[in-house]
Structures are given as structure tokens and as C-alpha cells.
Design a protein around this ligand. Sequence first.
Ligand code: SF4
Length: 306
Amino acid sequence: MCEAIINKIKQLKKEHNAVILAHNYVASELQDIADVLGDSLQLSIEASKLGAPVIVFCGVSFMAETAKILSPNSKVLLPVKTAGCPMADMATGEAVAEFRRTHPDYVLVAYVNSTAAVKAEVDICCTSANAEKIVAPIPRDKKIMFLPDRNLGRNVAKALNREMEFWPGYCPIHNAITVADVEAIKQENPGMEFLVHPECTPEVVALADKAMSTGGMLKYIRESDKQAFIVGTECGIMHRLRIENPTKTLIPFKPTPTCTDMKKLGLADVLACLEAPMENNPYEVVLDEELMDRARKPIERMLQFK
Ligand code: SF4
């Protein structure tokens, strides 16, 4: 059954000259058929370079919006329209525009895990991989509002030892990783290196050997001489980690961090969006041109730091 769906997807992909992008957190069956698999930064960059007429984005809505903003001439399809991000939804374009209006002296830095409407209101974007690099050159006398993720913001502020303000948003998956759970898993697995995502609280990050993006974790574990790791991020990453590191011991965090939005997508959804008529495709991400132009600027400023 799976084989038949995969063959059909391959055939339709060829017919439509489509590419499939997938985030490291989506189901393994989607990771296996992706042309590009990565984290937010990698996928943002690839989306801007590909120039494919059709992009199928296996991820959540803000990611597909970013792909559309960077590839406005491509048709970007999101296989499950309700796959969103609770953290991204914790900041709205209206609320950020109001903050901007009432706080004109602030530099607004938005994590790419934000909606297009929010990106359109800010000065620069960042990812979990480059957030420190993006914030560091902002003059120290400038006030900064970091949004929507207060945890990533607090981790950046701590690393750079600078005052910042934070939007009260957070990723429910990473925020749920507690100090007590970390202490328990470290005790059960002594000597293993503990990696976490910087969307976790600073208290959890303080207990980690390293805090890094999913792309950073993949690279670090691949290149490390160490043999055993506890992986403190969404469980979808385990699939690729195990393929790339067959001889290493890799333990997912417990309780298993699982993003239900990332897990909404399956092979049948990808097939359905490629089977739908490309004209007025119901899975297409449609954004206002003017909004896209405004949202593109802070992303491009970020990409200049690459
Ligand atoms: S893992 Fe967190 S930040 Fe990523 S899509 Fe899910 S809720 Fe949003």
C-alpha cells in the first residue's frame, strides 16, 4: 500500500516538476521521500534557491508561508492546512504592529517560527541556529523585543549577557521538558551527552551539555567522537539520527516530546495535494503580495548573515 502511494507521489512529482521539502520533525515516511530534509534555516535557504514550479512543504503553516515568501513564483502546497504551530500563533500581526506603534525605539527580532503577518512587522528574523549571531551586532543601546519564543530569547540574552524583552510565547513541546525529567533521564543514563533545543527553558538548557538547533544536533552527533547521546527535542529527529549514526547509542527524551501538528501529515496527504488540480489547488498557500514583500525583508536580512 505504502509502496503504491510512494510510486504515485514520485510519478506526480515528475509530472508537476515538484520538489518535496520536509522538516526533521515530520513522520519518518515523509522524511524518506523528501528531496530536502532539514531545519527551518536549511529549508528557508533551499526554498529560496530551488525555483521549482511546485513545492510540497511537509511541515507546519509558518514554514510553508516562509517558502512562499521566498519563492513567490512557485506554487507552495501544504498537505494538511490545519498543521499549524501553537507557538507561532501566540503572536499575531495585529499585536506586533501595535507593539511597534507604541514602542518605536525597539528593534523587533522574530524567530522564523512566526506567521507571515508577524514577519511583516519586524526588523529581522532569526532561527534557533543563528539567533545569537543575529542579535549580537545590534547596538547595545538599542532595546530589543524578541518574539514569539520567550525561551529562545532568554537563552540568547543569557549567552550574550544582554538585556532583552521577550514576547510571552513558547513551544508547548519544548517548554514541557522539565528540570525534574532532565535529572531523571541523566541519572538513568550516566555518562551520556545530553543535547537540548534552545526552545527549552534556560533552566533546562543549563543542565545540558549543548543546546543547538535540530540541524546543529544532526551535524554534532554525526561528527562527534562520542558514542552516546540523550536527544532533548521533538522525537521526529530520531529517524534521521538513527540512519546517519547506526553504531551510536541515541536515546529520545522521556516523556517523548511529540508535536501533534508536525505529526498530522502522512503520505496520503502528500498524494492528495499532488493529485488535486494545480489550478486553484485547495492545498496552496496563498498570501497577499504586499504582505509577502514586507515579510521577505526581515528574512532576507537574516539570510545575509548566513
Ligand atoms: S515543535 Fe513547537 S515550535 Fe515546532 S511546530 Fe511544534 S509547537 Fe511549533
